[in-house]
Design a protein around this ligand. Structure first.
Ligand code: ATP
Length: 333
């Protein structure tokens, strides 16, 4: 196991600065998810930990040791890529074993490790198959097993589930949570998918344009977003935001925090609107409500309104957030 620390790290590619003066501590043994929109610098951070793309300035520490001059193979990290990067001509067993042969682990030990790790990831019956004959989920497991045999103290994963269909992705999310629990190793996981971040992370590091916008457990980011970016990136549909009409202050509320009714209510913020769209999703219905000034998405358990119907919309004061002109949230929790 190992902690990771970035101290005043900047990374530039030619003239463009991709990571700006970043400080970050990733805790030992935790499942940390780096999340943010495409191009925000997540993969760049991961590659700096791996030593594949060294920082331009500042220091990266693994387990308290400055690894600036440590080669990738000596850092005790293993990386799992989005495209799995398996060797197509090798069997599953050979793919998993490859790193061990390179490290001169003897044959008996190799066989033992491959057997036990392939059992952990559910590949025991596939060891003699070629990657091309496996499903996406099975290939993903081979990539994980190949990382696991090296017994790294840090697992780095770059969008490892993005090539899988929605159902398999949901299943693999659970498997990764289980795997992390079993191994107790530091996981650093990159995704642009906030659902993956919310469901798997002990800590979410939310990034935008090379900066950390918030670093906190999922429920804290969801309930106490520090700024407008965090409020709108995490949560589906995103937080509704409207203009208060004074000094650039904005207000926001989550789609599930509003109450729709036929009669005016007594809630702190209330307004009237018209149902513009209705999406019945099974367990809930999403309504888009248009008011004079705004358009809000509202999530309801009951499917009781139809398009063009007039409704009253209310939100209790405790569920309303305020953001200043600098986009930071106003007020204490
Ligand atoms: P995605 O979710 O799309 O993978 P990301 O958050 O992982 O995005 P990075 O891959 O870290 O983003 O890229 C951050 C920025 O750095 C992007 O603007 C990208 O174009 C730029 N970049 C990354 N690698 C290089 C490179 N080798 N040369 C030049 N620019 C690069």
């Amino acid at each position: 196991m190992a902690s990771i620390e970035f101290v005043r790290v900047t990374k530039s590619f030619e003239k463009s600065v991709v990571i700006k003066d970043l400080d970050l501590k990733i805790e030992d043994g935790k499942f940390t998810v780096l999340v943010g929109p495409s191009g925000c610098g997540k993969t760049t951070l991961l590659r700096m930990i791996a030593g594949l793309d060294p920082q331009t300035s500042g220091s990266v520490f693994i387990d308290g040791k400055d690894v600036t001059r440590t080669a990738p193979g000596q850092r005790g990290v293993a990386m799992v890529f989005q495209n799995y990067a398996l060797y197509p001509t090798m069997s599953v067993r050979e793919n998993i074993e490859f790193g061990l042969i390179n490290n001169k682990v003897d044959k008996a030990e190799r066989t033992k490790l491959v057997e036990s790790i392939s059992a952990t990831v559910g590949l025991k019956n596939y060891l003699d198959r070629k990657p091309s004959t496996l499903s996406g989920g099975q290939r993903q497991r081979v990539a994980l097993a190949r990382a696991m045999v090296k017994k790294p103290s840090v697992f780095l994963m770059d969008e490892p589930l993005s090539n899988l269909d929605a159902k398999l992705r949901a299943q693999m999310r659970l498997e990764l949570i289980e795997l992390h629990k079993k191994l107790g190793t530091t996981f650093v996981y990159v995704t642009h998918d906030q659902v993956e971040a919310m469901s798997m992370a002990d800590t979410i590091v939310l990034m935008n344009q090379g900066l950390i916008k918030q670093e906190a457990p999922p429920e804290v980011i969801y309930n106490q977003p520090n700024n407008l970016f965090a409020a709108q990136f995490i949560g589906v549909p995103p937080m509704n935001v409207g203009d208060l009409g004074v000094d650039g202050v904005k207000f926001g509320f989550r789609p599930e925090s509003a109450v729709l009714s036929n009669e005016p209510g007594e809630l702190h913020y209330s307004t009237q609107g018209v149902i513009a769209t209705r999406e019945m999703l099974g367990s809930e219905t999403l309504y888009q409500v248009r008011t004079d000034r705004d358009s809000f998405m509202i999530k309801c358990i009951e499917d009781q309104f139809s398009v063009d119907q007039k409704v009253h919309l209310g939100v209790t004061a405790a569920k309303i957030y305020f953001f200043g002109a600098d986009e930071n949230r106003i007020g204490e929790d």
